[in-house]
Write a new protein. Structure first.
Length: 118
């Protein structure tokens, strides 16, 4: 059974930091492009950051560039998102994703709430 379980969300003041984790199971984690997305009520899910399967190259939304860092541990099958200098507009449910473009498979976690107070 495929599982993506996010953790680390919570309430933090503006300017603070949080580290999200996503524990993966049930698929070959190292073969998948991993990503973090976020969504607020009434809006579409938006890409926050991605990290490639092999060389670990990263890509970020402009809104989080320089503040967030995505990383992965292929030995521990875990994805991370270090979020610094948090802003109220970062408030959202954050989702972990796993994508295999060749196989056409996409998996999602259940999401973790991040709330940044001003």
């Amino acid at each position: 059974e495929v599982q993506l379980v996010e953790s680390g969300g919570g309430l933090v003041q503006a300017g603070g930091s949080l580290r999200l984790s996503c524990a993966a199971a049930g698929f070959t984690f190292s073969n998948y492009v991993m990503g973090w997305y976020r969504q607020t009520p009434g809006t579409e899910r938006e890409l926050v950051a991605t990290i490639s399967s092999l060389c670990g190259s990263t890509d970020y939304a402009e809104s989080v560039q320089g503040r967030f860092t995505i990383s992965r541990d292929n030995d521990q099958n875990t994805l991370y998102l270090q979020m610094n200098s948090l802003k109220p507009e970062d408030t959202a449910v954050y989702y972990c994703s796993a994508i295999h473009f060749v196989l056409g498979r996409t998996y999602w976690g259940q999401g973790t709430q991040v709330t940044v107070s001003s």
